[in-house]
Ligand binder design. Structure first.
Ligand SMILES: *Cc1c(COP(=O)(O)O)cnc(C)c1O
Length: 418
């Protein structure tokens, strides 16, 4: 919904930006959670390479700690120095220091261990480790390219479509993707979670707007919230009669798979129907840890879809997407969207030509399972919403019928009138 002349509220509340956090880099409340959560970390499977990675880089750490998501958040890698210790001086993309106000660098020890399973030129490095190119703003690039502030009637709500809203519940992520669409709002809030009071204004808005039947909880990453806070959100939303479905957008199964505890899944199940959109970039993200996380969510009856950003040199080929989408279907994740990379500042080195996305859809449709073919969309600059792009399938239409082009380029006629 366009808000017309109403006051445009900032996306990040001021209250949150002055809130205290024990250590600025860790969300509020995370320390008390740590001790209570150790029992939740038992029996999460890990790749065989984790042992040697831990021995080298985290010699004091136990497997139990490693499999505890709060340990992972507390021990995340945020400096160039630590990155060099882990990957060696030779890793050339390492950037000395990022300017203030720039999207910070942050990855979990788990994600570092995943990267360590590959060579230093593996495309996944580029998705999370800052490159020098991101300091240059290219043509048409903007802080808020989707003009989300314009569709923000109250803080944390983006109401763009008639029947659904985006609810940005935190500015915190376990890892920051270098091409983040919301880099203007994430990792601000003193790098901590926002307060429940500022959620209540947003929840009130949803309660008052009966046309909202679908709430998409996003951020930041909602699954970095504790079970208790997430349950508060889900229970508040479920109590609103007109809210039919709740969706959660997250990259947690990829960057912090051990967050998907049995306790979390059990809690979410109480608020069904809850669906999830999982952010993936490459088939090599599907480690045994990530597969376990997806299987747990699917076993919890949560319909899973994937969202991918098309990134130059990372996943811009038919073969990469075919393999990624096949791997996703094996863990019951249905490919949902491929996004053209948004025009955020410093993203030019990631951006592909529009025809690349069309080429990928063309290479999938007909050649593989329909379930493995997502929608290729451009989230229109300025706030027009997601616009799908399709390879040409109509040759011509006249009073007799329609001439169609199939996936192999052959023509077929469908009579309109008999
Ligand atoms: C992507 C998005 C949605 C959800 O769109 P779907 O096509 O229903 O998945 C809702 N609101 C905003 C602002 C969005 O950007």
């Amino acid at each position: 919904m366009k808000t017309g002349n109403t006051v445009i509220a900032p996306l990040v509340s001021e209250e949150a930006s002055t809130s205290e956090s024990p250590v600025p880099i860790v969300p509020r409340g995370i320390f008390t959670l740590f001790n209570n959560n150790l029992q939740n970390s038992i029996s999460f499977p890990y790749d065989a390479s984790v042992s040697s990675f831990m021995k080298k880089n985290y010699p004091e750490t136990t497997k139990k700690e490693w499999n505890n998501w709060i340990w992972q958040v507390k021990n995340s890698i945020q400096t160039d120095e630590r990155l060099k210790e882990i990957f060696g001086e030779s890793y050339e993309n390492v950037i000395g220091s990022l300017p203030d106000n720039h999207l910070p660098f942050r990855i979990t020890p788990y994600f570092a261990s995943l990267l360590n399973r590959f060579d230093a030129d593996h495309p996944l490095f580029r998705t999370m480790i800052p490159a020098k190119e991101e300091l240059t703003t290219g043509r048409g690039e903007k802080i808020d390219p989707l003009n989300e502030e314009f569709d923000t009637p109250v803080p944390h709500i983006v109401h763009r479509y008639p029947d659904r809203v985006l609810f940005t519940v935190t500015g915190f992520c376990a890892a920051y993707c270098r091409y983040c669409t919301r880099s203007h709002m994430v990792a601000k809030d003193n790098k901590s979670h926002v307060s429940s009071q500022s959620w209540d204004v947003a929840i009130d808005y949803i309660r008052k707007h009966k046309e909202i039947r679908d709430v998409l909880i996003s951020g930041g990453d909602p699954l970095t919230l504790s079970d208790t806070r997430l349950e508060y959100l889900l229970s508040q939303l479920r109590a609103i009669p007109h809210v039919e479905i709740i969706r959660i957008g997250t990259k947690i199964p990829v960057v912090l798979p051990m967050r998907i505890t049995n306790a979390l899944v059990k809690m979410i199940k109480k608020y069904h129907p809850v669906m999830m959109s999982l952010h993936f970039s490459h088939f090599d993200e599907l480690s045994i840890e990530t597969k376990e996380a997806c299987n747990r969510l699917a076993d919890g009856g949560i319909p899973l879809g994937s969202q991918c950003v098309l990134l130059k040199g990372v996943n811009d080929s038919v073969e990469t997407f075919k393999k990624l989408n096949h791997e996703l279907l094996k863990v019951r994740v249905r490919p949902y969207y491929i996004y053209q990379c948004d025009l955020i500042p410093g993203s030019a080195h990631f951006r592909t030509e529009i025809k690349k996305g069309l080429e990928i859809i063309k290479g999938l449709r007909g050649y593989t399972t329909g379930y493995a073919v997502p929608h290729f969309v451009i989230d229109a600059p300025g706030g027009g919403g997601k616009i799908p792009l399709l390879p040409e399938s109509i040759k011509c239409v006249d009073e007799n019928g329609i001439t169609l082009i199939n996936y192999e380029g052959k023509e077929y006629f469908y009579p309109e009138k008999t």
